[in-house]
Design a protein around this ligand. Structure first.
Ligand code: UD1
Length: 416
């Protein structure tokens, strides 16, 4: 199993190119199931979750050609509308095939995702929404079995804001009979990116970027060409790395307007940020100041940045609170950071951090994707060597992170 060996203490300086967004790429690949036409994608990130999704889609009969960050999909030959447990259990986002398969083929069998390291994460809202559109759904032997001759437009109000829930129902509604209104829809930029692709494919969607999506179903969708948006979480992760270690780094191929709330918090922490249409520069010359935050849905502070920000707060001057409102059990990085000398106490869904003068490297264990990224940042800020184990979690969502960090002066290497 691969590990990352980090010798901390280096200032980071130089340029990093940010990849396409994982959380946009995954639903966008599933949109390939909605049409027999060709989907031509640019800026596809090269990471494990994308490879897992492509494997799943190929099993269903989707034809895929990959050439670096370019992918060509064709869904003319799909013959197996099924997502087996072996795949879904490794990646919850596999649930995103449910809506498109059901809408286009009238039937889908998708394994229930089951437990996951950052909480129970049910998919009841996906199922309820499809039922409202007329699907017959039964749970058999751990599988969701959904059937509908043709889905019907409906007004759906989800109990909470759900990102993949919105994406699943949005994709399903594009081919339904009549008008669907999704109230309480997620406004994450990745939902917007998917909606923009669907419109290029011939879908009729109003309210893109708002919490009310109105979709008028069409009989069929056609092929399209699309560029996946920049990964705002990868962007934010590198910004936090510089805030924790000090330095001057320019992130390329990304957009500041995708992460306003995180950028505001970084400014509060003392980072100097500037940006243009497709770049962000971060300069940090002092020890960060502690900043408190609370995770919420977009455009609020993202839960996917909570752990990385905590890695800044642990070396900051002062104390801070991080309150997690989206997922239960998303503080698994805390015990590991404390092993590096951090001072973090958890009370309910809040982590109280007292900044320390220095962290000292130690072996630590990654437990989930963003927790892994936070441990890498803590390791970069720590004195001496940190060995981050189980980085297969990191590889799920970051495209060659150690190479990008090494290019800006970090001492980090992958060891087996
Ligand atoms: C997506 C992102 C993930 C991010 C999360 C929140 C992808 C592939 N993943 O995950 O990186 O951390 O949004 O921004 O885009 N819930 C239910 N029932 C449902 C659906 C959700 O109770 O049917 C709950 C969840 O348990 C959670 C909350 O709603 O507490 C939000 O989850 P959701 O937005 O659905 O997260 P994902 O789409 O899985």
């Amino acid at each position: 199993m691969d590990k990352l060996l980090i010798t901390g203490g280096n200032r980071l300086a130089g340029d990093i190119t940010v990849a396409g967004a994982k959380n946009a790429a995954l639903p966008i690949l599933c949109a390939g199931l909605l049409t027999a036409g060709d989907i031509d994608l640019h800026n596809l990130p090269q990471l494990q979750d994308v490879r897992t999704m492509l494997k799943l889609l190929r099993q269903m009969g989707l034809r895929v050609e990959i050439n670096g960050e370019r992918a060509q999909l064709n869904g003319a030959m799909i013959d197996k509308p099924e997502a087996p447990y072996e795949m879904v259990k490794t990646m919850r986002a596999s649930i995103l095939v449910l809506g498109p398969l059901l809408a286009r083929f009238g039937e889908a069998r998708v394994s229930l995702p089951g437990g996951c390291a950052i909480g129970s994460r049910p998919v009841d809202q996906h199922i309820r929404g499809l039922q409202a559109m007329g699907a017959e759904i039964s749970i058999e032997a751990g599988y969701i079995h959904a059937r509908a001759k043709r889905l019907k437009g409906a007004r759906i109000v989800t109990d909470m804001v759900t990102v993949t829930g919105t994406e699943n129902l949005l994709m399903a509604a594009t081919l339904a009979d009549g008008v669907t209104v999704l109230e309480n829809a997620a406004r994450e930029p990745e939902v917007t990116d998917l909606a923009n692709l669907l419109v290029k494919m011939g879908a009729k969607i109003e309210g893109i970027g708002t919490d009310r999506l109105k979709i008028e179903g069409v009989a069929s969708l056609h092929g399209a060409e699309h560029q996946v948006i920049a990964d705002r979480i990868e962007t934010g992760t590198f910004l936090c790395a510089v805030a924790a270690t000090g330095g001057d780094v320019t992130l390329r191929n990304t957009r500041a307007d995708l992460l306003d709330s995180a950028m505001d918090k970084l400014r509060e922490a003392g980072a100097v940020l500037s940006s243009g249409a497709d770049w962000i520069r971060v300069q940090m010359d002092s020890r960060p100041r502690a900043v408190s935050f609370r995770t919420t849905e977009y455009p609020g502070f993202p839960t996917d940045m909570q752990a990385q920000f905590m890695a800044v707060n642990v070396v900051a001057e002062g104390s801070s609170n991080a309150t997690e409102t989206i997922f239960e059990n998303r503080f698994m990085h805390v015990q590991e950071m404390n092993r590096l000398g951090a001072n973090i106490v958890i009370e309910g869904n809040t982590a109280i951090v007292q900044g320390v003068d220095k962290l000292v490297g130690a072996p630590v264990m990654a437990t989930d994707l963003r927790a892994s990224a936070s441990l890498v940042i803590a390791g970069l800020a720590a004195q001496g060597q940190t060995l981050v184990d189980r980085i297969y979690h990191l590889d799920r969502g970051y495209d060659r992170m150690e190479l990008k960090l090494r290019a800006v002066g970090a001492q980090i290497e992958r060891v087996s």
